[in-house]
Design a protein around this ligand. Sequence first.
Ligand SMILES: C[S@@+](CC[C@H](N)C(=O)[O-])C[C@H]1O[C@@H](n2cnc3c(N)ncnc32)[C@H](O)[C@@H]1O
Length: 250
Amino acid sequence: MEPEKKNDEFEPGAAQFGNFITYYKFNPPENRLAVFEGNFCEYFSSHQPLLCLDVGCNTGDLTKGLYEMLSSGRSAVRMMGVDLDAQLVERANEAISNELESKLQFHTLDFVAKAEERNQLLSRYLETHQSGRKRFDIAFCFSTTMWVHLNHGDAGLESLLASLAAWADNVVIEPQPWKCYRNATRRRRRANLPPFPSFGLLVHRENVVAHIKEVFCNGMDMELQEHLGQSEWQRPVLWYRHKPTTNLAI
Ligand SMILES: C[S@@+](CC[C@H](N)C(=O)[O-])C[C@H]1O[C@@H](n2cnc3c(N)ncnc32)[C@H](O)[C@@H]1O
């Protein structure tokens, strides 16, 4: 769960979309990278180039860690991170060396609310990388489902999942379980801010992780390839992939 307060420097406050500016001070990339110890990278070793998307990339620290992990021992990995917060994206771009610029890029995008912009950006990216492909190899989505769910409701969460499935052959997702929702709501109350727009209306609550599985597996014709592990904050990291021959319309 996201901590109430880890040290004097960090008070997460009530960022409405989880757009914490100091996120990686309290949840460093290593916490999640540790779950990829098995054969995950090996599985993608023949994909050339390997095209990856990271949705809700914040300041890009985890995105960069994933890029480095996947590109170790191979050259052709291309990765794009997107986040709705322009300030976080600016920081992510500032932290990229010239050498990495052509391989790892960050864009401001509300992945859920701006469907047309999203589709244009992602199609352009795939075209630019001359892949001739309609989908990324992998979409990562860490610790972002709850923020979409709280702000856009059950329909918004389902739309996020549908877009991830439409835009990638494989989806690696780290959903927040229900106790995180309660913490986020409490922080908002303590900060005297209005409640999250959709909190009271959510149908999927305690069952949110199971619901995500149901949407992918029953609604999107995907299958759970592997439960990669539990991140440091006790959130599952799940790897879904399309069953062979699935071709969803975007
Ligand atoms: C808690 S942070 C997680 C950052 C990163 N994925 C990680 O786990 O290290 C959630 C991020 O999702 C972003 N976010 C929330 N809703 C979004 C949306 N609809 N589209 C794009 N990004 C979104 C926030 O701005 C925030 O940076």
